[in-house]
Design a protein around this ligand. Structure first.
Ligand code: ATR
Length: 276
């Protein structure tokens, strides 16, 4: 049977994953396809049963099902267990469905070359931050601060993952010169017309990297602010593509071309913006 893959979520219509994976499948001349599936609220279990029954070879999971899917899988990889969320499901040769999380790895790949002693400031302590902090920890990074609007949530993340230090957003802003990599993961990143920023950047180091996990808009208000300080900025498109490439390699044992895909998607999103 022709292999097929999917992404499940709600909403799903605007997902870039079908274009990305279909393009890679074609480029690598694989007889397979990748489709978006909108899963209605309360129908996740049935949807997973259907995917298994209909011979899906693997699928991605997006909002709001990354945590909820866990009980419906046969095994969860250690990292996904720690993070408490799955974004990739792989069907093994013996027919088991195993959950992985490739988001944090994807994010770190998108940063390009960085040093293990770089000091990292996370803004936000939600699900996305959790995946990224876990990936930094796995890569041996030790200097991680987590600043969040609700301080207790930053403390919880530090405690759960046994790494880093919790800060208030004010403390992060006041001590910004201490950090080499600043990662914006709060929901503020998504409001393109918002002028609210999680922190002010006036104390930023001149050689800092500022990353936002959002890719639409390509230049978020936070990155726009960072550009005023002439620092290197990175949007969330690299994370999207690299997490997808890792999922693709789990399914197909082939590595697709991520750099070319970042350029294509940038163009599709109407940007000539390329991460510097
Ligand atoms: P995700 O899975 O994208 O990380 P999430 O788990 O809902 O989403 O987390 C959202 C993050 O954005 C949280 O860190 C949240 O802070 P709180 O823990 O205080 O809720 C942060 N956030 C949301 N709205 C915010 C705002 N207006 N200002 C600052 N932080 C905000």
């Amino acid at each position: 049977m022709k292999k097929w893959f999917a992404v499940i979520g709600n909403p799903i219509a605007h997902s870039l994953s079908p274009y990305m994976h279909d393009t890679w499948l074609q480029e690598l001349e694989m007889e397979a396809t990748y489709i978006p599936i909108h899963v209605e609220e309360g129908k996740l279990e049935e949807a997973v049963q259907a995917l298994k029954l209909l011979g899906c070879s693997g699928w991605n999971v997006t909002v709001p099902y990354k945590e909820a899917i866990i009980p419906f899988l046969d095994e969860i990889d250690e990292s996904a267990k720690h993070i408490g969320a799955v974004n990739t499901v792989v069907k093994t040769v013996d027919g088991k469905f195993v959950g992985y999380n490739t988001d944090g790895f994807g994010f770190i790949q998108s940063l390009g070359p960085i040093k293990a002693d770089d000091r990292i400031l996370m803004l936000g302590a939600g699900g996305a931050a959790r995946g990224i902090v876990h990936a930094f920890k796995q890569r041996g990074f030790k200097n991680i601060a987590i600043a969040n609007r609700t301080y207790a949530n930053a403390e919880k993340l530090v405690e759960d993952l046994q790494i880093g230090q919790a800060l208030t957003l004010q403390e992060a802003e006041d001590n910004l010169e201490l950090f080499d990599i600043i990662v914006q993961t709060t929901s503020l990143g998504m409001k393109s017309n918002s002028t609210t920023l999680p922190i002010k950047l006036n104390k930023i180091k001149e050689d800092a990297i500022v990353a936002d996990i959002v890719y639409n808009p390509l230049v978020t208000p936070f990155l726009e602010e960072a550009e005023k300080y002439n620092v290197r900025t990175i949007n969330g498109l690299g994370m999207l593509v690299h997490q997808g490439a890792l999922a693709f390699s789990y399914w197909n044992e082939l590595n697709p071309d991520s750099d070319e895909m970042i350029l294509r998607l940038t163009e599709q999103l109407g940007g000539n913006y390329v991460n510097r």
